[in-house]
Design a protein around this ligand. Structure first.
Ligand SMILES: Nc1ncnc2c1ncn2[C@@H]1O[C@H](COP(=O)(O)OP(=O)(O)O)[C@@H](O)[C@H]1O
Ligand SMILES: O=C(O)C1=C[C@@H](OP(=O)(O)O)[C@@H](O)[C@H](O)C1
Ligand SMILES: [Mg+2]
Length: 170
């Protein structure tokens, strides 16, 4: 069995927030691979990047996505960079994948006050975010069946848009 929805997209798109609401709405459980990675490493994402480096984080993330896809039947949110793995992109085939999109200005605004995302912690989060988005957009689109632009929507409206897509396609 597959997750009901797999939610992905850049940092600040609302994967965690909207994923939780979507799970509530559907009466299913919510799981976030970032949390699974933190649990398996026994430390925060920032500390994994600092102590062990990004490749170590990506390896833990790839394993967390594999387990989540195999075990979880509710809503599964991925970290923003999970699609960088070709293995993960292959594993996502056939799953109901939702791409939550957000533009640079709004994405930076939503993530700006948090220090929890080491990739955006540099001197110029705006250009970092834009570069990240440019590199990843084709990858999100490669694996997703549904895309929702979240810039002008409240989380509840994003949930409604996702469910409307589901209703339209099935
Ligand atoms: N549609 C939205 N409108 C306004 N703020 C949002 C929206 N979605 C998420 N947020 C806010 O943006 C921040 C990042 O959301 P989060 O769910 O952690 O994103 P992600 O998991 O995709 O990185 C949080 O403070 C959250 O409340
Ligand atoms: O975009 C990325 O590469 C990352 C996004 C984060 O998750 P969110 O997208 O939930 O912020 C987290 O996995 C890590 O900081 C790396
Ligand atoms: Mg998240």
């Amino acid at each position: 069995m597959s997750p009901r929805y797999v939610v992905l997209g850049p940092p600040g798109a609302g994967k965690t927030t909207v994923g939780q609401l979507l799970a509530e709405r559907l009466g299913v459980s919510f799981r976030d691979t970032d949390e699974d990675v933190v649990a398996s490493a026994g430390k925060s994402i920032s500390d994994i990047f600092l102590d062990d480096g990004e490749p170590a984080f990506r390896a833990l993330e790839e394993a967390a996505v594999e387990t989540g896809l195999a075990e979880h039947h509710g809503v599964l949110a991925l970290g923003g960079g999970a699609v960088l793995s070709a293995t993960t992109r292959r594993r996502l085939a056939g799953h109901p994948v939702v791409f939550l999109n957000v533009g640079t200005a709004e994405g930076v605004r939503r993530t700006g006050l948090s220090t929890a995302r080491p990739l955006l912690a540099g001197v110029n989060p705006r250009s970092t975010f834009k570069a990240l988005l440019d590199a990843r957009l084709p990858l999100y689109r490669e694996v997703a069946a549904i895309e929702v632009s979240t810039d002008a929507l409240e989380p509840e409206q994003v949930v409604a848009a996702v469910l409307a897509h589901g209703a339209a396609s099935g």
